[in-house]
Design a protein around this ligand. Structure first.
Ligand SMILES: [Ca+2]
Ligand SMILES: [Ca+2]
Ligand SMILES: [Ca+2]
Length: 134
């Protein structure tokens, strides 16, 4: 049960930021902004966001095969699994039909792209705050 909750929140975090989940990914990003901004330049780069994704990977790749797939979701959630995987299918940059750990970590997460209003590839604190209040 606990693991299931962890996995679902982790996936909501990356895949569906705007659905008003009680787990508030942008709020967490805002609260931890200075810690995530490792080089202290005042913005969170995709690489810095990748550190967050990397820290979460072990929760996401539940079966530990190095890829994010349907088998990493609870069996009962198969249809939701497919929907969420479809939403992040663009992360499969080598086109092998599965999302590897490095594709997951290096690719821009939907939450990142949505919050990056000026499209400069980095998140400023006001951008995160604005996205969090949407
Ligand atoms: Ca930075
Ligand atoms: Ca897996
Ligand atoms: Ca791939």
């Amino acid at each position: 049960m606990f693991r299931t909750t962890l996995l679902v929140s982790a996936l909501w975090f990356i895949a569906v930021p705007a659905l008003g989940q009680s787990q508030d990914p942008l709020g967490q990003l805002l609260a931890n902004f200075d810690r995530i901004d490792v080089n202290g330049d005042g913005v969170i780069s995709n690489a810095e966001y990748g550190n967050v994704q990397a820290a979460r990977w072990s929760q996401i790749d539940r079966n530990g095969d190095g890829y994010l797939g349907e088998d990493d979701f609870p069996r009962a959630a198969a249809s939701r699994a497919r929907a969420q995987l479809a939403e992040i299918a663009y992360l499969d940059t080598d086109g092998d039909g599965r999302i590897s750990q490095s594709e997951f970590i290096n690719g821009p997460a939907p939450v990142f792209v949505n919050a990056d209003q000026d499209g400069d590839g980095a998140l400023s604190q006001p951008e995160v705050a604005a996205a969090a209040s949407r």
